[in-house]
Ligand binder design. Structure first.
Ligand code: ZN
Length: 201
């Protein structure tokens, strides 16, 4: 049975834990986010962590890299590619929040960054039933809209304008949403999150 790894602290010898990861990581390549998707031992997505955190987990043998970037980080004794997806070596039980926080970015992501009324590029959030008429700031009353449609609609209802929605706005669900309601998605995470290959950007 191995005693201890050189450089690691041992029981009875408390002291500052040595961090083998350099303070400065390589600048992320274009298309990467500087973050890693953390999977449970069962491959279930858990959360998004910084690349630095992912490297610490890999170096501590608490996780293994599942997918990596072309960037290489040089730690104390080893060099390794910066991971974009890592999997825990031991299963952890994690309670999930029951609903996705409503945020501007989350609404944009749900609605594919497009205006629900005209299909143009979304730049604003619209309350389907205007707030001035008692509309709530909830997932089922908030949609992504372009500025022009938002301006045109103003305080009117869809019926008054003769407009309609392609589908009723809903609260997003599923693992991907629990994790990424308001984050940029690295394309290499998608297969693990059960997301379509390309949600229009
Ligand atoms: Zn529009």
């Amino acid at each position: 049975m191995p005693r201890s790894v050189p450089g690691s602290s041992t029981a009875g010898q408390p002291g500052p834990r040595r961090d083998p990861v350099p303070a400065v990581l390589p600048v992320p390549s274009p298309g990467t986010t500087g973050a890693s998707l953390l999977l449970n031992a069962t491959f279930e997505p858990l959360c998004v962590v910084s690349s630095r955190r992912a490297i610490v987990l890999v170096l501590a043998d608490k996780a293994v890299a599942v997918d990596s970037t072309a960037d290489v980080v040089h730690a104390e004794t080893v060099s390794l590619p910066v991971p974009v997806v890592v999997r825990l070596t031991r299963y952890v039980r994690v309670p999930y929040p029951s609903s996705v926080p409503l945020s501007r970015r989350a609404v944009f992501t749900r609605d594919g960054q497009t205006c629900v009324y005209c299909g143009g590029s979304a730049t604003s959030i619209d309350h389907v039933v205007p707030r001035s008429r008692g509309g709530t700031h909830t997932w089922d009353n908030v949609v992504a809209a372009c500025r022009r449609c938002n301006h045109t609609k103003a305080d009117r209802s869809l019926a008054e304008l003769g407009w309609s929605l392609p589908q009723a706005p809903r609260t997003p669900t599923g693992a991907a949403w629990r994790l990424l309601g308001h984050r940029t998605v690295d394309p290499r995470w998608r297969e693990w999150l059960g997301m379509p290959e390309s949600v229009s950007a």
